[in-house]
Design a protein around this ligand. Sequence first.
Ligand SMILES: Cc1ncc(COP(=O)(O)O)c(C=O)c1O
Length: 366
Amino acid sequence: MSPEPTTPPAGRPLRPGTLAVTAGRPAHEPDSPLNTPITMASTYVAGGDTEYGRYGNPTWTAFEEALGTLEGGRCLAFSSGLAAVATLLDLVGQGSKVVAPRHAYNGSVLQMADLEARGRITAELVDITDTDAVVKACADAALVWVESPTNPALEVADIPAIVAAAHEAGAYVVVDNTFATPLLQQPLTQDADIVLHSATKFIAGHSDVLLGAVVTRDDELFGVLKHRRDMIGATPGTLEAWLALRGLRTLHVRLERAQANAQELVRRMTGHPAVGEVRYPGFGAIVSIVLAEGAIAADLLTRKTTLWVHATSLGGVESTFERRRRWKSEPATIPDGLVRMSVGIEDVDDLWDDLADALDDLTLPS
Ligand SMILES: Cc1ncc(COP(=O)(O)O)c(C=O)c1O
């Protein structure tokens, strides 16, 4: 976990683990609640700054302050990660070129394909680890989309090199920081223009909320994005924002434990005869394994465990996994037998016992 302190507006610099707990709280005044209340309001008394429920809500604001502080910019919450993706893709003009990782989250790639099919943009999908190729592709781009690590291939991008090339071409850079979280990577400090989160995942952290967020240091961009959110109405639910804020308070503790579990499981799975390949970028709580015997073995694995839950999504306190190619939209360059594992915060020995039993079973002669 990054020990680098961030400087709040006033006072001593606070570290990310402290900011996760303290940012976005009500002021410390007698009898004010410690936690931000859930404000259920579709309208407000006229004459103020907010006026209507689509334009703002104090519970969203508290969440936005907390996540914005951790990422080092100004945050806007959206109804889901994909609502935020759609709003960002709408930033570019008609016929503009968008560069994106071929293995970015497939919902984001599908949105780009849909826009391309309707003549709205052109999309160039790249191998995000091939920095020279990405830099070349940036030359005539209006928007460069980075996801690092990618979902589910777990490839890591050279963000500073890509940002430099994109800015040279006058393009915006968006970094989907869902997998790393602001605790492991802060793209705005690497000059990216916008950070995107599926806050559904690690930020909220308990598999009970759908929420998206964007963060930027550029006030003009912030204004444009806020205006779009106001107009489209891709606004978060108040309860969702509150639950995500509550989840964010323990992000550093959850992530530290989940990452330690992931690293230990990577060590134990490596070399197991049922596992052909272990993919792990060295940080975070997502691991992908490729089963030696391919898709059938991968499907069997997801049915044999009792603790590991077969489910899509990721970033919750509970360990889940799935064979990604079970989704028709996942590209053929993702191995058929790849299982994406979202490592939770359970006892690692229990996680391993459950997994090892299932993996051992796969290697028994039938
Ligand atoms: C990396 C990444 N970005 C964006 C999204 C979309 O977010 P949501 O499901 O909150 O719409 C996801 C969802 O899985 C994701 O994994």
